[in-house]
Design a protein. Structure first.
Length: 507
């Protein structure tokens, strides 16, 4: 097991390689937040309906989340550097297609392709760092830098997206990915050197790939269809049933095949299972909120795209502060559940403040403090969660454990956008039906109905965050990292020293 170390330890180019890997990660994070800001303008230009607008976000998140496990195994099998470069080139080409989109179908296709190549890129980048930085202290520093860039990239994306949308065109929010990708590809070709002997050449679990992807697609499509056709629509119900059958078949398949896509031992561990569940639920709450606040600020409050980008800064500042100044400092002193549980509860309180939104709500008096609480809470919870997600895993499972973190976030985001958008749309329609008769100002009625829809959905998000906190408090029972073996690592002591810190992809 120690054979690769002599080769990886003296590699003088590893810190330069980190710069190019982090640049690729920055591109992926930028893309997620930039598109949120550009969405209203793109929706108008391309004639995308309100019912389909979330597919611009969902198509990316679903392809990314649904194929991450596949991408992680491809990187292990095919070679991380080769997968990384392929992901970068494909992501750049898909971004060019999105920027040149002439209609809804072209835009949604480009977003799905971005997700597909992102699913190759993200696990390859993480696993490159894991195999290049073998010393414990160096690895922690490398992943810390990588994580800070991932978190800060969210803020850069919101502001850059605003400037590009307002002063150039929403199409440039896609084209801007191309120079990032070109520089990262050149860096990868000339600087990154993947250590020998680190590939996993086990056969690919094709049935697992097909069943997991189709199951997740069915699940999110069911939530999305419910918005336009209703929860009792036969096709909607059929999608949920199909999803349950496919995902159950996936679990059965993974238990039987010799080289599973997702070894069940990874998710069966009490602590890792708790992390995946609580993170996935928390991201459901967060994704819907990003969409609602973008539309509230631009349509109801009349903010420009640039002003909207800056309006999101308190949340990003809160997340970076919670992650680097609270979570990172305390996670070696406090059991993870005592950071994650309170963190999710603080985020729930911030979300609760936003249920008081109205047409004339004050940004400084309501939205700003709510965003700070949300950011601080989520940042504090996410840092120990990322550490717990891969602690104690066997080295052969480190890649798939990392991919599961991103999968839970991306699928949670896709479900959150679809589910909360459905709830908001239903509440908006109900408000207009109840108040149309006595309304004298139709424009005001539309704005009030929109805000009523948002606050209904935000109440659901509050409840989801409380459930996340409950899961963290009850399922995650590990002690303080470094104070002995994890409490429930299922005997995976062999990999206990092989911890990988996986940064959150902030949206």
């Amino acid at each position: 097991m120690g054979t690769p170390l002599p080769e990886t330890a003296p590699d003088s180019r590893r810190w330069k390689a980190l710069a190019f890997i982090a640049l690729a990660q920055l591109m992926v994070v930028l893309d997620a937040t930039i598109v949120n800001i550009a969405l209203p303008s793109a929706q108008t230009d391309l004639g995308i309906s309100d019912g389909n607008r979330q597919w611009v976000i969902t198509a990316y998140a679903l392809a990314f989340g649904g194929l991450l496990l596949f991408g992680g195994r491809i990187a292990d099998k095919w070679g991380r550097k080769q997968t990384f470069v392929t992901g970068l080139i494909g992501f750049a080409l898909a971004s060019a297609l999105g920027g040149a989109a002439q209609n809804e179908a072209m835009m949604l296709g480009a977003r799905a392709l971005q997700g597909l190549f992102g699913a190759l890129l993200a696990p390859a980048a993480l696993s490159l760092l894991a195999v290049m930085f073998t010393d414990g202290k160096e690895r922690a520093k490398a992943f810390g830098i990588y994580g800070a860039i991932a978190g800060g990239g969210g803020a850069v994306g919101l502001i850059l997206g605003g400037f590009l949308t307002e002063y150039l065109n929403w199409r440039w929010t896609f084209f801007v990915n191309i120079p990032f990708a070109v520089v990262a590809v050149l860096g990868a070709v000339f600087v990154i050197r993947e250590p020998a002997g680190t590939r996993n050449r086990a056969p690919l679990d094709i049935p697992g790939v097909i069943l997991s992807t189709l199951g997740l697609v069915s699940l999110v499509y069911g939530f999305t269809r419910a918005e336009s056709e209703g929860w009792s629509d036969p096709t909607t119900i059929g999608m949920f049933v199909a999803s349950a059958v496919l995902l159950l078949a996936f679990v059965v398949t993974e238990a039987k095949v010799k080289h599973p896509l997702l070894p069940l031992r990874v998710v069966a561990d009490r602590n890792r299972g708790g992390v995946y569940a609580s993170l996935g639920l928390a991201v459901i709450a967060m994704f819907g909120l990003f969409l609602f606040l973008t539309y509230y600020l631009q349509i109801v409050k009349g903010f420009s795209p640039v002003k909207t980008g800056f309006a999101f800064l308190p949340m990003i500042v809160g997340m970076i502060t919670g992650s680097t100044q609270i979570g990172a400092r305390l996670m070696t002193r406090v059991p993870p559940r005592l950071l994650m549980g309170p963190g999710f509860l603080l985020a729930a309180l911030g979300m609760g403040l936003l249920t008081q939104l109205s047409v004339d709500a004050s940004y400084a008096g309501l939205i700003l403090p709510a965003q700070l609480m949300l950011g601080l809470g989520m940042g504090t919870a996410f840092m120990p969660a990322m550490s717990m997600a891969t602690m104690g895993v066997e080295p052969r499972d480190a890649g798939v454990a990392s991919a599961m973190v991103n999968t839970s976030q991306q699928v949670g985001g896709a479900i959150g956008t679809a589910l909360l958008n459905t709830i908001a749309a239903s509440a908006t329609t109900a408000y207009i039906a109840d108040h149309a008769a006595g309304a004298t100002n139709q424009q005001l009625l539309q704005a009030q109905a929109m805000v009523s829809g948002y606050t209904h959905a935000i109440w659901w998000a509050v409840g989801i965050l409380v459930v996340s906190a409950t899961i963290a408090f009850t399922l995650i029972n590990s002690g303080v990292p470094g104070a002995g073996a994890p409490a429930a690592s299922s005997g995976d002591t062999e990999g206990a020293e092989d911890e990988v810190l996986v940064p959150v992809i902030a949206h």
